[in-house]
Design a protein around this ligand. Structure first.
Ligand code: GLC
Length: 382
């Protein structure tokens, strides 16, 4: 392995102590895709061009937006930090960025959405993170690739003429600078995502060379030395250092994730129903039992859970999301001590059970009660 990056680009374990202690966070995917209400990838899925997508920008006016309500619900559910999509793949920005017009302040809503958000969540005692999409289907220098809404246009390759990814990389640095300097101390930055080897109809994918990931990470560290940076800038192979956090998505890993043979700090991200952005007609909402087991499964493996809510176009949490958060609230009030600061046990739980452990205290989570006795192997006398 090569080690060409300075080790201080990555956080030492001690600086991640709060994150590991907290275990449970809220992901929020919110943007103008909440209006079509059929997945945050709606532009990609339906191959919607800029002109046709403009109606969502022109009608975005979340009149019921009350971040204090979101924050209270997050805290009641037992969540200790929040990660908000400042910009998702469609390029729309929730804050009043100086380097684009494609932002909340230019919609009928007319106001920055991030400052009140940050204030509300801080007031409930949560730490603040921003998701920032590396992918951007709106930026004129972002070349059409396999995930772009225009990928199947016959002139896709020609449309890429003159697009300069270097200008886009500089734009990202400007935006990340705004996000990390305008809203007080930010604890997490969540970049998404890289796909350098995925070529489609001759259109290349994008990865760290396009994003200028190393330069971006250096900038982040300068602006926010203690911030947790996720692993989707993809620096594997450039360094032996451990990424601050690895981010398995939509599945509980079977074994604790490792990097270079070492156990990694990890955070699973999950949805209530499959989509990240608001998707009105989705039928796959998870049951309270599934929701709670996902959280336990993550902690039992030694990781965190970042559970997603996709607010509606009017700025509310859908009733089904409220119910899901209430399920966490009810359970966490009683069992939070088996989650916060707890982690993996070396002991092997009985079938249909999970262990979480904190110091010398062991918590048994019983998913299936056996016929008569629960046999805790190897624990006699302890
Ligand atoms: C994916 C998707 C995206 C979502 C993210 C969350 O990479 O592109 O829509 O934001 O996962 O992990």
């Amino acid at each position: 392995m090569t080690d060409t990056l300075p080790a201080d680009l990555f956080l030492p374990q001690a600086k991640k102590a709060w994150f590991i202690e907290d275990r449970f966070g809220m992901f929020i995917h919110w943007g103008i895709y909440a209006l079509p209400a059929r997945h945050e990838w709606v532009r990609y899925r339906e191959e919607i061009d800029d002109a046709a997508y403009a109606k969502y920008f022109e009608n975005f006016d979340p009149d019921l937006y009350d971040p204090r309500d979101w924050a209270r619900r997050a805290r009641a559910a037992g969540m200790k930090y929040v990660v908000l999509t400042a910009k998702h793949h469609d390029g729309f920005c929730l804050w009043d960025s100086k380097v684009t017009d494609y932002k909340a302040t230019n919609t009928p809503h007319g106001r920055d959405l991030i400052a009140p958000f940050v204030e509300a969540f801080r007031a409930e005692g949560l730490r603040i993170g921003f998701y920032y999409s590396l992918v951007d289907w709106h930026h004129p220098d972002f070349a059409i690739d396999m995930y772009h809404p225009l990928r199947n246009r016959p002139d896709a390759a020609a449309r890429n003429d003159g697009r300069d990814i270097k200008r886009y990389a500089a734009y990202m640095r400007d935006q990340v600078t705004e996000l990390l300097t305008w809203f007080g101390k930010i604890d997490i930055i969540w970049f998404d995502f890289s796909y350098p080897d995925r070529i489609y109809k001759g259109l290349p994918g994008k990865g760290r060379d396009d994003w200028e990931s190393v330069e971006l990470l250096k900038l982040v560290r300068t602006l926010a030395p203690d911030i947790i940076v996720n692993n989707r800038l993809i620096l594997d192979g450039l360094t032996d250092a451990m990424p601050d956090v690895v981010t398995p998505e939509q599945y509980p890993p079977r074994t604790p994730p490792k990097v270079n043979g070492q156990l990694a700090t990890f955070e699973m991200c999950q949805t209530f129903s499959g989509s990240w952005g608001y998707n009105r007609d989705e039928e796959s909402w998870k049951s309270p039992e599934q929701l709670i087991q996902i959280l336990i499964d993550g902690v039992a493996l030694g990781g965190n859970l970042l559970m997603n809510v996709g607010p509606t176009g009017r700025g509310t949490f859908d009733q089904r999301a409220i119910n899901a958060l209430d399920a966490y609230a009810t359970w966490m009030r009683l069992h939070g001590r088996a989650i916060y600061g707890a982690g993996r046990s070396e002991l092997v739980p009985p079938d249909g059970c999970r262990y979480t452990q904190k110091g010398n205290r062991l918590y048994v989570h019983i998913y299936n009660w056996p016929n008569q006795y629960l046999l805790l192997d190897g624990l006699r006398g302890k």
